[in-house]
Design a protein around this ligand. Structure first.
Ligand SMILES: [Zn+2]
Length: 330
């Protein structure tokens, strides 16, 4: 039994209680500005509730018992909604504090605020509060910090949210998970966190499956962080066949203890960022049961054992949240 406790939207648990866990799925996402689109509000609250309950029942039918919804604070997050869904389904949901990348998050607000005080401090203050006391007056506490970077060189804003995440993680001991684009800048994220004093094993470099670059994967794995292979089914971003091949390679060299899996599905969009035909074309594969139904058989065909698959789904999320150290990887 680990001593550490972990905050879910319905209260603290031991990481041992997680069971098979998907480490990156979303009940709902709203890009800042969605509120203005009165023409296309998206599904109403009752519709969203029933969509999310159905999705979770599908996951439960595949043996999944817990998930992390790493929606940052500025992307349409609603922790009370998450708690209602968790209560209804008896499912464990961990929510996040944090901020999204400059191009698609709440940058205008935080840039405006920075006219009147240090930006990193203001962001970190929010993260710490949501981790230790709760989100607003909901009493729901975040269990992790989520931050993100875009493509190309790291922007000043994206550096600020990474530094704020590191500051809050050092102060509270909370873990961090990230978004990366096209499998880039994950190594830079890792360096910023660890140089600020965050232990590498408290970090998941998310969407690492956006590239098949084995050297990039190994660099992050050897430096002691987890890699998120967390976009299975998102063929439009990177093909699953490549994700499977990259995952197998990492397991073969002994990095299977630092990989977490998921799909990054979004069950309800606020507003209508994708025209319905585009969303439909993203297909049935972009489902939170895709890994269990379609990827596990492919891994087995490639020689991955049941025990190694259990490590991905059960042991690694537990060890990550428990804050246990990872062994050195040759
Ligand atoms: Zn995501």
């Amino acid at each position: 039994m680990s001593q550490a406790s972990l905050q879910t939207v319905t209260g603290p648990i031991s990481p041992d209680e997680l069971g098979p866990t998907l480490m990156h799925e979303h009940l709902q996402i709203g890009f800042p500005g969605w509120e203005a689109d009165s023409l296309r509000p998206g599904p109403n609250a009752a519709e969203r509730f029933s969509i999310c309950v159905d999705r979770i029942e599908e996951m439960k039918s595949q043996g999944i018992t817990s998930m992390l919804d790493p929606c940052p604070s500025d992307l349409g997050r609603d922790v009370e909604f998450m708690a209602r869904v968790a209560q209804k389904t008896g499912f464990r949901i961990v929510c996040a504090t944090g901020l999204y990348k400059q191009s698609e998050g709440g940058a205008p607000y935080w840039n405006f605020r920075s006219n009147f005080g240090p930006q990193v401090d203001a962001m970190a203050e929010l993260f710490v509060r949501e981790l230790t006391e709760g989100v607003g007056d909901t009493g729901v506490r975040a269990g992790i910090i989520k931050v993100a970077t875009g493509t190309g060189a790291l922007s000043d804003y994206d550096r600020a949210i990474l530094e704020a995440a590191a500051k809050a993680a050092v102060e509270t001991g909370a873990p961090i998970t990230t978004h990366t684009d096209q499998g880039t800048l994950g190594d830079v994220q890792q360096q910023i966190f660890t140089e600020a004093g965050v232990p590498a094993h408290r970090v998941i470099i998310g969407h690492s499956c956006g590239t098949s670059d084995n050297a990039y994967h190994l660099k992050i794995a050897r430096a002691g962080s987890y890699l998120g292979f967390d976009r299975f089914g998102l063929e439009s971003v990177h093909p699953d066949a490549e994700r499977v091949a990259s995952l197998v390679k990492l397991i073969q060299v002994g990095a299977g203890d630092r990989l977490v899996v998921s799909h990054d599905t979004v069950w309800c969009w606020r507003g209508e960022p994708f025209p319905p035909p585009v969303l439909a074309a993203m297909g049935e594969m972009w489902s939170p049961t895709h890994f269990s139904q379609h990827i596990v058989p492919q891994l087995k065909d490639a020689g991955v054992s049941d025990a190694q698959i259990e490590t991905l789904l059960v042991d690694n999320p537990r060890r990550f949240f428990a804050g246990e150290k990872l062994r050195a990887l040759a």
